[in-house]
Ligand binder design. Structure first.
Ligand SMILES: *Cc1c(COP(=O)(O)O)cnc(C)c1O
Length: 401
């Protein structure tokens, strides 16, 4: 008869097996707490004299492994992984701004960033203005004596306008204003904000960096160590902590990031040309196309890296839009971006539904407007899908008209 082990032994006191070889893949460490040798050692950890984890909300190895890798891509130091891209935006803004400060945001920022700035920050006494980041005079005119930060995205959603990053960085340096850049769309493959005067870089890791629509995460890095500490403390206090499992998935995604990005970008370039050749397509927006309103700036800033995002406008309204998505059911009609597969979004019914139809029209976002996050499929397949979709939209338009 074998001895029965006490229950506690089975639960907690069996150690990790010894091995002289080491794992090639990063292990997942889900532990919430870490045990220390002694109060002296714990004291030394808290004082920062020795490296050691204490409690997962304050940091854990899977978040740190991922952060160091994104730091490497961005040329950053001490970046922080958060539980979502919005957590990263929140930590940067709420960690660094005080009541009485003023922040300027790009007027086409990600929808929830806009909401944070216009609906939430002002409840804490932080004033917000929005201005067009492609127009340096408009940004300059929005500056007040108490302006502390400017938050921009390099390429806007969904019209893919390219911000005047050089002009904004110069203005920020002259006026001693912090420049925060949400680099989600451009990614360090096309643009590295710290090389161009940014003070803070933000990512929704959920999108292209992780790349498989199975992990929700963010990243925020600051140039100034004092800013890093303020952002970190705010994130830890408010619990913006990421899950180790999500960090592990994102790290795995990151291994193929540059391969995915390059393939998706080449697909986007070809798909843009294909869409522009179809009757039934009114216009195509892709930053490096000669007919893009910011073509020259895109070439100068992004070095001809147009990225994977592409927008276009169908002739016809909602009926044409419905006919198109229904004619291409294998292509995910889903309001996200950066997945390994192509996804398609319709701003008028999703991200921009809260805007009045007049405001949408003023921004060029009609009922026929679609944004494509181009993925890594075979380009022939994508061209076939969109040919069928646009043809169905045209037929619906003729039936209606
Ligand atoms: C998606 C997105 C966010 C928010 O990221 P989540 O991970 O969804 O919280 C912020 N900025 C941009 C540009 C985004 O596309």
């Amino acid at each position: 008869m074998t001895d029965r082990k006490p229950f506690e032994t089975l639960v907690r006191r069996t150690g990790w097996p010894d091995s002289v070889s080491r794992a090639v893949a990063t292990p997942i460490q889900p532990s919430v707490v870490y045990a220390s040798d002694s109060p002296d050692e714990l004291d030394a950890q808290y004082a920062g004299d020795v490296a050691g984890y204490t409690y997962a909300r304050e940091g854990h190895p899977n978040a740190d492994v991922l952060a160091r890798k994104i730091d490497g891509l961005e040329g950053a130091e001490g970046g922080l992984i958060t539980g979502s891209g919005m957590a990263a935006v929140t930590a940067a803004l709420m960690g660094l701004l005080n009541a009485g400060d003023h922040i300027i945001g790009g007027d086409q920022l990600y929808g929830r960033s806009l909401r944070l700035m216009t609906q939430d920050l002002n409840r804490f006494g932080i004033a917000t203005s929005l201005a067009d980041p492609t127009d340096i005079a408009a940004i300059e005119a929005a500056i007040r004596p108490e302006t502390k930060m400017i938050l921009v995205e390099v390429v806007s959603n969904p019209t893919l306008r390219v911000a005047d990053m050089e002009g904004i960085a110069r203005l920020c340096a002259e006026r001693r204003i912090l420049l925060a850049v949400d680099n989600t769309f451009t990614t360090p493959r096309a643009y590295r904000p710290f090389d161009h005067g940014a003070d803070i870089v933000i990512h929704s890791v959920t999108k292209l960096l992780a790349g498989h629509s199975d992990a929700t995460l963010g990243y925020v890095a600051a140039r100034d160590p004092a800013h890093r500490k303020a952002i970190y403390d705010f994130a830890v206090t408010t619990g913006l902590t990421p899950s180790p499992f999500d960090c592990w998935l994102a790290e795995r995604g990151l291994y193929t990031f540059s391969l995915r990005y390059d393939r998706a970008e080449e697909n986007a370039r070809q798909l843009a040309a294909h869409l522009a050749s179809l009757t039934g397509v009114k216009r195509v927006l892709y930053p490096t196309r000669p007919d893009h309103p910011d073509h020259n700036r895109a070439m100068a800033l992004l070095g001809a890296r147009g990225g994977n995002m592409l927008s276009f406008e169908l002739e016809g309204g909602r009926a044409a839009a419905n006919a198109m998505t229904r004619a291409m059911p294998e292509l995910a009609f889903a309001p996200t971006l950066g997945d390994i597969g192509t996804t398609l979004s319709h701003p008028a019914s999703s991200s921009h539904r809260a805007m009045s139809p007049e405001a949408r029209e003023a921004n060029g976002i009609s009922e026929g407007f679609f944004r494509i996050s181009v993925g890594c499929e075979e380009i022939e397949l994508l061209m076939r899908d969109f040919s069928a979709g646009v043809a169905a939209a045209e037929a619906a338009g003729e039936a209606a008209g």
